[in-house]
Design a protein around this ligand. Structure first.
Ligand code: SF4
Length: 326
């Protein structure tokens, strides 16, 4: 059995991925030993990222009232959640968020806008804020603002945005189960637009919405096809009023196997333990660092999370190092 772990490492490092059957084995085979798996996946993670961990800080700069019907999202107009909703924050507030992120040692500041996409006014406003942040703080900037046109993408590049986030969220086969107001193809088009303009692509998934192992295998393949350099792996948080009837509680060991599967399948990508890290991994959180090289701190879009200090403490206590921007 030990051989199988070594083979995963060899395959991932030499071929740049593992086979679908390897992912199925990791996720379904009861005899898989978690610590052996983590020891193996750490070899792959170490090859590309040594023991460094990037800290990302999100700012939900516009919240709620979205016309789309993504069932996992508390910001959809269809959601029964009672989250805070607000239009785009003032520049000062967004820049203050950037200052705090910078001063706490964040590698990247991610500005997220609810809604289907950007209009001319919002693009101008975002670009103006981005330029101000870039002039003051040495930090990567990521924008997540829905569907993107060629012109929008070029404006973002000119302003200095490093990365555009647009999650695939699940597999193409399962997409219609989680959203009906747009299709999977539209998501892929936006990612292609971002890439074409020169933006790095951040695109991730949400695990725990009723997807099968085949869907997870497909997600790894589809993320490779769209060229995602950064992959946030979220674990669905069943906040009150959610609309995912297929949700079943996730256990921490399964979550760690999922993160390992993504690392083996996409060895060179920045894999990020994202929403649900605290909620689902619970006391095993620190073990995720053997597979991932990136985490969020200070919470997510509509749910809280560990502070920057306790996230740093976890990283350092586990023998990892917070990565600083060069
Ligand atoms: S498009 Fe974005 S903000 Fe709108 S419902 Fe879907 S995930 Fe939520």
């Amino acid at each position: 059995m030990e051989n199988r772990y070594n083979k995963l490492v060899e395959k991932s490092l030499s071929k740049g991925s593992v086979d679908p059957e390897d992912i199925r084995w990791i996720l379904t085979e009861k005899s898989v030993e978690l610590l052996q798996l983590l020891s193996a996946v750490y070899q792959v993670r170490y090859r590309y990222f040594e023991n460094k961990v990037k800290i990302n800080i999100l700012n939900n700069v516009q919240s709620g009232n979205c016309t789309e019907d993504c069932k996992y999202c508390a910001q959809s107009k269809e959601s029964e959640n009672t989250i805070d909703t607000y239009p785009m924050k003032a520049d000062d507030e967004i820049i203050e968020g950037a200052r705090q992120a910078y001063e706490t040692g964040a590698f990247r500041y991610c500005m997220v806008f609810s809604g289907r996409g950007l209009g001319k006014n919002r693009i101008e406003k975002i670009c103006s804020v981005v330029k101000k942040i870039k002039a003051q703080y040495r930090m990567e900037l990521c924008v997540s603002a829905g569907f993107l046109s060629d012109d929008d993408a070029q404006e973002l590049v000119k302003a200095g945005v490093n990365r555009y986030n647009h999650n695939l969220n699940t597999s193409s086969s399962y997409y219609s189960k989680i959203c009906t107001s747009h299709d999977y193809g539209k998501r892929v088009d936006t990612i292609k637009t971002a890439r074409k303009s020169g933006l790095d692509v951040c695109s991730g998934v949400i695990i725990g919405m009723g997807e099968t192992v085949d869907d997870i295998i497909k997600m790894t393949d589809e993320l490779r096809q769209v060229g995602a350099k950064s992959i946030p792996v979220n674990f669905f948080i069943p906040i009150k009023g959610h609309r995912i009837p297929e949700f079943k509680p996730l256990d921490p060991q399964y979550c760690l196997k999922v993160l390992s599967a993504f690392r083996f399948a996409l060895p060179e990508a920045e894999i990020r333990a994202s929403a649900g890290r605290e909620y689902h991994l619970r006391s095993l959180q620190a073990l995720c660092l053997y597979a991932v090289n990136s985490v969020f701190a200070k919470g997510y879009l509509t749910t809280g999370g560990d502070s920057v200090d306790s996230t740093k403490q976890m990283i350092e206590d586990s023998g990892f190092v917070v990565e600083e921007i060069e």
